[in-house]
Design a protein around this ligand. Structure first.
Ligand code: HEC
Length: 114
């Protein structure tokens, strides 16, 4: 009985409560104007050196965005890129998960098979 209750509480706190929202992610990506560099549908970068994002795995997108936020403060983990670092500072942890969920939901030529 106790175990079932604890399990239910744990599941609701780690699972449902933190479920990422594709809709919120879309709003954040539009507000952040990410397509101005990553292109239409985040699948047509304006320069060859800019990465395609559409369809990328959500956990990787989250990892990348978080690494830009961390930057030089953790040389083992952070990504040091002036352009992207300035893009991500405004976002909360939950925002990054929402953005990642949205980006991975987009049809793209980057990921052929999941
Ligand atoms: C001014 C141009 C510009 C804008 C605007 C921009 N990006 Fe980027 N983005 C880049 C560049 C350049 C890179 C590659 C940086 C590097 O080499 O680490 C990049 C890399 C990334 C990566 C890492 C991709 C990978 O495969 O590792 C993600 C994720 C990303 N951007 C998401 C976003 C999101 C989300 C937004 C909007 C909030 C955004 N970007 C806005 C230029 C931009």
């Amino acid at each position: 009985m106790k175990v079932a209750l604890i399990t239910a509480v744990l599941l609701s706190s780690i699972g449902l409560a933190n479920a990422a929202s594709v809709d919120k992610g879309q709003a954040l990506v539009e507000k952040g104007n990410c397509a101005s560099c990553h292109g239409a549908g985040l699948n047509a970068p304006i320069l060859p050196a800019y990465p395609k994002l559409a369809g990328q795995h959500a956990d990787y997108i989250y990892y990348a965005l978080h690494a830009y936020q961390v930057g030089n403060s953790n040389a083992q983990y952070g990504r040091n890129n002036a352009v992207m670092s300035s893009q991500v500072q405004v976002f909360t942890e939950a925002d990054l998960h929402d953005i990642a969920a949205y980006v991975s939901s987009l049809p793209g030529s980057l990921v052929v098979k999941k």
